[in-house]
Design a protein around this ligand. Structure first.
Ligand code: F6R
Length: 243
């Protein structure tokens, strides 16, 4: 694991966007795995700036998002579809047909998840996966538990995640209780992974992750220790408990 301690959130976002931009320049048809949530917002803003000011070209880039709430339609402002278009896709020259996000309204979820993994495989797998991390160690929505699933699947969100995500909703009751997420296998097969963590509320989990030398289903992010090309970028606040 390569560890970069960024000065602050802006620095973290700039560094993450530079890595993504450099991979796109090396491989213009990069298959890019994307995350939502608060953490990558600055990275998306930086990528939009690079597109506008430096002509970073997304016309051949293919994207696969990690997850989507289940039971929420694409046009719902709480959906990850909506988030991605508002914060990133509609500001760059990515082709709509190159964008993939699990469908939170899929009728046959199992078939939908299977097709999602097949689609990723059709593009030769994910070249670069961007990840955030939950305070409980989840990546995507692979929550801590007795077992972790490898493929894309429907999952129940833990109380911790529901509480953490309630900040985006009017009340806790409105937070979806389920999501479709890429599995640990899909994530770990990405050729390169960049994990971002920002702020004091990620300090504990980052200290645990960085000091760990064992993998456990109780901390899904610990499986990243098995990957040979992971760059972790954290800001000073998220690094404050790491020695
Ligand atoms: C979102 C995702 C989640 C988030 C994590 C951290 O697509 O996969 O694993 O990355 O919940 O969320 P924030 O960045 O809001 O703290």
């Amino acid at each position: 694991m390569d560890l970069i301690i960024a000065k602050d959130y802006s620095d973290l976002s700039r560094r993450a966007s530079r890595i993504i931009a450099s991979e796109i320049k090396k491989k213009p048809d990069l298959v890019l795995g994307l995350a939502t949530g608060s953490t990558p917002l600055g990275t998306y803003q930086e990528l939009v700036r690079l597109y506008r000011e430096e002509g970073l070209d997304f016309s051949r880039v293919v994207t696969f998002n990690l997850d989507e709430y289940y039971g929420i339609s694409m046009d719902n402002p709480q959906s990850y579809h909506y988030y991605m278009f508002e914060n990133f896709f509609k500001h760059v020259n990515i082709k709509p047909e190159n964008i993939h996000i699990p469908d939170g309204m899929a009728g046959d979820v199992e078939a939908h998840c299977k097709k999602y993994d097949e689609e990723i495989a059709k593009y030769g797998g994910i070249d670069l996966q961007l990840l955030g991390i939950g305070q409980n160690g989840h990546i995507g929505f692979n929550e801590p538990g007795d077992e972790l699933l490898t493929a894309t699947h429907l999952t129940n969100l833990t109380q911790n995640t529901i509480e953490a995500n309630s900040r985006f909703f009017k009340s806790m009751d409105e937070v979806p209780k389920q999501a479709i997420t890429m599995g640990l296998g899909t994530i770990i097969q990405a050729k390169k992974i960049v994990l971002l963590a920002s702020g004091k509320n990620k300090a504990e989990i980052m200290a645990e992750l960085l000091d760990e030398n064992a993998v456990s289903t109780k901390n899904p992010a610990s499986f990243l220790l098995l990957h040979k090309d992971v760059t972790v970028i954290i800001d000073e606040e998220a690094a404050m408990l790491y020695s």
